[in-house]
Design a protein around this ligand. Structure first.
Ligand SMILES: Cc1cc2nc3c(=O)[nH]c(=O)nc-3n(C[C@H](O)[C@H](O)[C@H](O)COP(=O)(O)OP(=O)(O)OC[C@H]3O[C@@H](n4cnc5c(N)ncnc54)[C@H](O)[C@@H]3O)c2cc1C
Length: 452
C-alpha cells in the first residue's frame, strides 16, 4: 500500500482507479502533441465531477503539490504537460453535456467535453457552437476556455471568450466559484468568468461552462482560390467580407500544400502550383453558393478557383488546410510560433521572415487570414530554436503584432511576454495571480515570465 500522504489523500478523493502513478500509464499525459514539451508527472489524477476536483485541489493544497490542469492535451505551447514532478489533473472525465436551453440558446457542458462531442449534441437541436478548429475530436471545452481558443470562425463568431456566458471553477484553495446562470445582463461586479478565459490553468481549474450557441447554418459553400501573392489574398478577403455569410478565410502557401499532398496522398487541387492559396467558406440558413460565385466573379486577383457545395467535396477542400499540422508533425518535431500582425503589415512581415529563416530552417506558414494570424512552423531549428524564437517574436513586436494570437503563452513564450504586454500590465497580472493562487501551485512556469 502507498504511504505517500498525497496518494492516500487523492485516492480517498477519487478512488484508486483514477490515481495513476505508473510511468507507462501516465506517459500519454506527460508529452505534448508536438513532442517538444514533456516532463515526469508526480502522478495523474482523474476526478469525475466538480466536487471531486475541489477535493483533489484541496488535498494538493494541503500537501503543497503543484498542479498542471489538462484537458485534451492538444495545446501547442507546453502549458498542459508537467515540467517535472507536478500532479497532472486531467479533466477528461467531466464529460457531460447538460440539457440544451433552446430558449436562451445556451448549454452547460463539463470541462472535459471534447469540442466534437459538443458539436454533435447541439447540432442535433439545430444549433451550433461558434468556435471550431482541426483538433475538435480531442480539444476540450475547459482547455479551449483556458487558452481562449480561436480557430477558423473567429471572423464571424469571435474567439472562445465571446462564446462563454459563465463558468464554474475551482481556485487553488479548493473552493468552488460558480457563475452559470448565463444571464445576458448581469452587472454585479467583477467578471470572474471573463478573467479565467485565457488564464491557461494559472488561476483556477475550470469544471463547467455555460456556452452561447448560434443557429446552425443549413447551407454551406466552400472555395479554394489560387493567388499570386499574400497581398492579393488580403485584398480578396477584404472584398469577401462584404458577404454576411462569410465564415472562414484560411491561407496556406505552395510548400505547405505540397507537403500535405505528399504526406496524405491527397491529389493536388490545381494543375499547377501557385504561391498562395485562400480557403473560404460561406454558411447561411439558405444556400450561399450563388452569392459566393457572384463575389468570386468580382475578384480580379484570383488565378484559379474550385468551389464545392457537396459535403464530401467541401471536406476535401478544407483538408488541404486542416492537414497542415499533422503533415508537418509527420516529418519532424516543429518549432511552432503562433503570432498575429496587422493585416496591412502581413505581406511585408512574411517577406522579412523569409530573409530571417530561409537559410537556417525549413519553414511552413499558414493561418487564419482575416485576423492576420500566422502559424510559423520551423523544422530543423535544432539548438537554434531559442534564438530563432527570439528573432521571430521581436520581428512581430516591431510591427505591433501579438506574440501569441490564439495558442496562449504557455511555457513556450513566457519569457517573451514583455514583447506584447507592458510592465504595468504584467504587474497587474502578477497581483491577480497572487490573490487567487498565493502559493503559486497552479501551473507554475506557465504564462507569467520566470520570477513570478
Ligand atoms: C491539429 C491542431 C489544430 C489546432 N488548431 C487550433 C486553432 O485553430 N486555434 C486554436 O486556438 N488552437 C488550436 N490548436 C491548439 C489547441 O487545440 C487549443 O489550444 C485547445 O484549446 C487546447 O484544448 P485542450 O483541451 O487540448 O487543452 P490542453 O492542451 O490539455 O491544455 C491547454 C492549456 O489549458 C489548460 N487547461 C486545460 N484544461 C483546463 C481546465 N479545465 N481548467 C483550467 N485550465 C485548463 C492547461 O493547463 C494548458 O495550459 C490546435 C491543436 C492541434 C493539435
Amino acid at each position: 500500500m502507498d504511504t505517500d500522504p498525497l496518494v492516500t489523500g487523492l485516492t480517498a478523493a477519487v478512488g484508486d482507479a483514477h490515481v495513476l502513478t505508473d510511468p507507462q500509464v501516465t506517459a500519454a499525459y506527460t508529452t505534448d502533441f508536438t513532442r517538444r514539451f514533456s516532463g515526469p508527472a508526480r502522478l495523474v489524477v482523474r476526478p469525475a465531477d466538480t466536487a471531486e476536483v475541489a477535493r483533489v485541489v484541496g488535498v494538493c493544497a494541503e500537501e503543497g503539490a503543484s498542479i498542471v490542469p489538462q484537458g485534451g492535451n492538444t495545446g501547442l505551447v507546453g502549458g498542459g504537460v508537467p515540467r517535472g514532478g507536478e500532479v497532472v489533473l486531467s479533466l477528461r472525465r467531466l464529460a457531460s453535456v447538460e440539457r440544451i436551453d433552446a430558449t436562451a440558446m445556451q448549454v452547460t457542458a463539463g470541462a472535459g467535453v471534447p469540442l466534437a462531442e459538443l458539436q454533435r449534441s447541439v447540432r442535433a437541436e439545430g444549433l451550433d457552437f461558434g468556435v471550431d478548429f482541426a483538433a475538435r475530436d480531442s480539444a476540450t471545452i475547459g482547455g479551449m476556455i483556458a487558452t481562449n481558443a480561436g480557430g477558423e470562425r473567429v471572423l464571424r463568431y469571435g474567439t472562445t471568450r465571446a462564446n462563454v456566458a459563465g463558468l464554474e471553477a475551482v481556485p487553488a484553495d479548493g473552493g468552488v466559484l460558480e457563475r452559470l446562470t448565463g444571464l445576458p445582463k448581469d452587472n454585479t461586479g467583477y467578471d470572474l468568468s471573463g478573467l479565467l478565459v485565457g488564464s491557461e490553468g494559472t488561476l483556477a481549474v475550470i469544471t463547467r461552462a455555460r456556452l452561447r450557441l448560434v443557429p446552425r447554418p443549413t447551407g454551406r459553400a466552400t472555395a479554394l482560390l489560387a493567388l499570386g501573392s499574400l497581398d492579393d489574398a488580403v485584398s480578396a478577403v477584404t472584398e469577401l467580407r462584404a458577404l454576411d455569410s462569410l465564415e472562414l478565410a484560411e491561407f496556406f502557401l505552395a510548400d505547405g500544400l505540397e507537403l500535405v499532398c505528399r504526406t496524405s496522398g491527397l491529389p493536388a487541387p490545381f494543375p499547377r502550383p501557385y504561391p498562395v492559396y485562400l480557403l473560404v467558406e460561406c454558411a447561411a440558413r439558405h444556400d450561399p453558393a450563388d452569392e459566393l460565385y457572384a463575389a468570386l466573379d468580382e475578384l480580379a486577383c484570383v488565378e484559379d478557383a474550385v468551389v464545392a457545395v457537396d459535403r464530401a467535396d467541401r471536406h476535401r477542400l478544407t483538408a488541404y488546410r486542416e492537414r497542415h499540422t499533422e503533415a508537418i508533425n509527420s516529418v519532424g518535431v516543429p518549432l511552432k510560433l503562433d503570432v498575429s500582425v496587422p493585416l496591412t503589415a502581413l505581406a511585408g512581415f512574411v517577406e522579412d521572415l523569409g530573409s530571417l529563416l530561409d537559410s537556417v530552417a525549413t519553414s511552413y506558414l499558414f493561418g487564419h487570414l482575416a485576423e492576420g494570424n500566422l502559424h510559423v512552423n520551423l523544422l530543423g531549428a535544432g539548438d537554434r530554436a531559442e534564438e530563432l524564437t527570439d528573432a521571430v517574436l521581436r520581428q512581430v513586436a516591431a510591427v505591433r503584432g501579438s506574440i501569441s494570437a490564439e495558442h496562449g503563452v504557455g511555457r513556450a513564450k513566457a519569457r517573451w511576454l514583455e514583447l506584447s504586454r507592458s510592465p504595468t500590465e504584467i504587474a497587474a497580472m502578477r497581483a491577480v495571480k497572487q490573490a487567487l493562487d498565493p502559493r503559486g501551485l497552479l501551473n507554475p512556469g506557465v504564462l507569467l515570465p520566470p520570477g513570478s
